[in-house]
Design a protein around this ligand. Sequence first.
Ligand code: FAD
Ligand code: GLY
Length: 371
Amino acid sequence: MKSDVLIVGGGVIGCALALKLAEAGCKVLLMERGRLGCEASSAAAGMLSPQTESLQPDEFFNLCIKSRALYKNFVAHLKEASDIDAQLREEGTLFVSLPHLQDHADEWAQWQLEAGLRVERIPAEELERLEPAVTKQATRAIFMADDLQVENRLLMLALAVAIRRAGVTVIEGEAVTEVLLDHQQVAGVVCGSAKIYAGAVVIAAGSWSGALLEKFGVEAITIPARGQMIAVQSAAIRHVLHSSQVYLVPRNDGRLLIGATVEYSGFEKGNTAKGIRALLDAAIELVPEVADAEIVETWSGLRPDTPDHWPIIGESGIANLWLATGHFRNGILLAPITAELMMQSLLLNRTVDQLQPFGLHRFATLPALHS
Ligand code: FAD
Ligand code: GLY
C-alpha cells in the first residue's frame, strides 16, 4: 500500500520526523541505504549547546534554543517508547579562555545576557573549584547552565526501536537512486529497478541530500564537513568543556570524547595523523591529565553543511518534495524542532512560518518540471 510520507535517510533527522508523523497517524516508509544512524548522527558528540556554538542572535539561534527546550521531553518520550535511555545530562557547558588563544566569549556572553539567557562569568579560582583538572593557565570561563548533552548513539538506538514500535516501515540496506516524477510532481522514489510510490517524499539524507537534487539542476546544496573524534578513558571532568580549539564531553560510561576537526575534503571519512595530533594537543593543553589517558576509539563523520551553514527545511518548490537536511554542526540539537515543524508543515501541506528562513528558495529555485 502507498505510504503517506516516504523519508529518505535514517539519521537523527529522518528518524525523529518518522516518529512524529507515525504518532500523528501517518503511514510512513523510511529508506536507509546503510543502517539507521550509521553516519553523522552516531559520529556526533551529542552536545546540545546553542549558546556555545552560535555567533550572533538570529533566527538560527532562536531555532536552536527552541529545540534545546524540547529535549527533556524528547528523551523522556523516547525512553517510554523504546525502553532505551539516551542519557541526557544537565551539568551545562564551560567555555574556558586560555591566555594565548583569542576568543569572543565576552561578546557573545554579553548579547546572550541581554537576550535573557543564563550566562555566568566564572573567575579562574571558581573554575578551579568547579573543574580542578582544567589547566592552571586558564584565565576565566563562561558558564552556560542550560546547555545539555545526550549520548547520541543511544539516542539513535532509541529512535530505531521507537519508530518500528510506532508502525514506521523501515527498509535498511537500500539506497534511493532517484526521485520519481509523474506529471510535474513527485510521485515517489526509484530504488535500483524498483519504483516506490508515496504521497510525499522528504529528503533527509544528510551530506548526500544534494545528490538527489542534481537532476533538478541544483548543485552542491549540501557539502560534507568531516569531523574527526577521539574517545579516551578518563573521569577528569564533569561538565562539557570548550576552548576555542577543542571540546571535551564526559560520558556516563567513563569515556571522554575529544572533538572535533572541521574539514572540507569531500566524502572521504577516516582519521588523519594531523587531525588526531591537533585534537590531542588542544585537549592536553586544556586538561593536562588527558596526556595519560588510554585512547579507546577514534572515528569520523560527515556533517551536512550548506552554503550559508543554515539547515534547509520545508517545501522544495516541487509538488510533494520536501527537504530536512543541512543541519551541519547542530543536527542532534535540532532534531526535535525539525521533526515538530516538519510534521506540522506536512500535515498542513505548506511550510509553517517558523521554517520560512530555512527554505531552499534562499539558494535556488527548482526549475519548472516537464513530465
Ligand atoms: P546523517 O546522520 O548523516 O543521516 C543521513 C542518512 O541518510 C545516513 O544514514 C545515510 O546513510 C542515509 N542516506 C544517504 N543517502 C541515501 C540514499 N540515497 N538513500 C537512502 N539513504 C541515504 N550535532 C549536534 O547537535 N551536537 C553535536 O555535538 C554534534 N557533534 C558533531 C560531531 C561530529 C564529529 C560530527 C561529524 C557531527 C556532529 N554534529 C553534532 C552534527 C550532527 O551529527 C549532524 O548535523 C546530524 O547527525 C545530521 O543528521 P542527518 O540525519 O541529517 O544526517
Ligand atoms: N557540534 C559539534 C561539532 O560539530 O563538532
